[in-house]
Design a binder for this molecule. Structure first.
Ligand code: FES
Ligand code: FES
Length: 173
């Protein structure tokens, strides 16, 4: 089997590994090689989006929601990956995490990391290009509308994301 050498940034720290199978998917690398089990696995075929992480192709570039179950590790070589473990800082939850808690957005929580990372990429997009208030619902739907929650927490996720967008200065024109 072909192996590759990996070197990329993960949650602000450099990760280097040699001899990783080139066909290993990012979700497996995160969970099995690095023990970062915050990123979940479910369908494995890019449908449910539970495995979503955020990737910036170069440092400071826009964040992109990426399904790690169908992304070979080689595809993120040299890039900047953020997973749910990278959201909290110095013991303080990210505003999205706090809002999801306050709004009781999740029940079992299995889908939550995927919703978080897609919303994280959405916030980054809005920071770069704010939108009119009347477009916020549409933007949220575009970002997380295809994420599956078997506990059907969609409305409360939507409400929490909207709350963060409204409370964060500069995202809405
Ligand atoms: S596990 Fe379902 S989209 Fe990745
Ligand atoms: S909270 Fe259980 S799957 Fe979404």
């Amino acid at each position: 089997m072909e192996t590759i050498n990996l070197d990329f940034a993960l949650n602000g720290k450099r990760v280097s590994r040699e001899g990783i199978p080139g066909n290993m998917m990012l979700v497996d690398f995160l969970r099995e090689e690095l023990g970062l089990t915050g990123t979940k696995f479910c369908c494995g075929i890019a449908v449910c989006r539970v495995c979503t992480v955020s990737v910036a192709r170069v440092e400071g570039a826009h964040e992109e929601a990426v399904r790690s179950c169908t992304t070979p590790v080689g595809d993120i070589n040299g890039h900047y990956v953020t997973t749910v473990e990278g959201l909290e800082g110095n013991g303080v939850l990210h505003p999205l995490q706090q809002a999801f808690l306050e709004n009781f957005s999740f029940q079992c929580g299995y889908c939550c990391p995927g919703f978080l990372m897609a919303s994280y990429a959405l916030l980054d997009s809005l920071k770069r290009q704010p939108i009119p208030a009347e477009k916020v619902d549409e933007a949220i739907e575009d970002a997380v509308g295809q994420h599956v929650c078997r506990c059907t927490g969609y409305v409360r996720y939507h409400k929490a994301i909207r709350q963060v967008i409204e409370e964060t200065p500069g995202l809405v024109t």
